[in-house]
Design a protein around this ligand. Sequence first.
Ligand code: ZN
Length: 302
Amino acid sequence: MIGVDIGGTKTAAALVGPGGQVLERREAPTPARSGPDAVLDTAARLAADLLGGAGTGPVGVGTAGTVDPATGSIRYATDSLPGWTGTPVADALAVRLDRPVRVTNDVNAAALGECWAGAGRDRAHVLLVAVGTGLGGTVVRNGRVEAGARGAAGEVGHLPAPGAERLRCGCGRYGHLEAIASGTGLAAAYAIATGARITGRAVADRAAAGDRVARQVVDRAGTILGATLAGLVALLDPEVVLVAGGAAGALLPAASAAYWAELPAGWADVPLLAATLGADAVVVGAARLAMDGPDIDGGISG
Ligand SMILES: [Zn+2]
């Protein structure tokens, strides 16, 4: 199966084996500034390269943005992909690749990947959060991604978060969890504390190197994330909570401590784990989406 990952900075495609293992992988920068057609052309080229003209089977795609589960079009996307909102990704790629294309949000795809071949393997009920530049989330129930009414269920980033009152969320409002527990949030909190403007990754690096202020920023973000996840366990009753994304490693120590401290007694055996597929999670999950077809929520075309 072929899975494709369309992100704001890079696009990847992979040939994925029957056990969820990546057999071959292609990657290219996403030409985001050149507009949706150029982004679609890049995704199609990478997938076609792996397909080599073989077969007519479906291709799966995980993409940044909210995906309409009925059509595979983008309902909403941030400025990381200019003009992406409204793009009929499933239809446009189906034409380019001459086969059915199934599309879901990239965090949903990462959850499908982790449940197939990663830290959520053999689990039917999973909460996954992805901490990268922003903060995304997905709920897997009975082995299926919970789409919600508009393909946007599980977006934990917009829950209120104590301590985030002065920080602006990616949605434009203040005080949300994403505004503090994300790469953008780490950068903003560090800038407020020190006046220095560095990336979230640099804040995490400085924390690891012993910078006291960076350590406080990272620990506070992790603590609020962990406490929030503990509350969500009571709401969703998952078997496991997974933390994925580039900032997961930095936030997990403080997040784990707060999580275990706050977890309600009835859920004391629900583990908080690091996701294990890393940069392959989205392509693996997208391949799974292609394999399982319309029984897994995701936009279908072709
Ligand atoms: Zn928000």
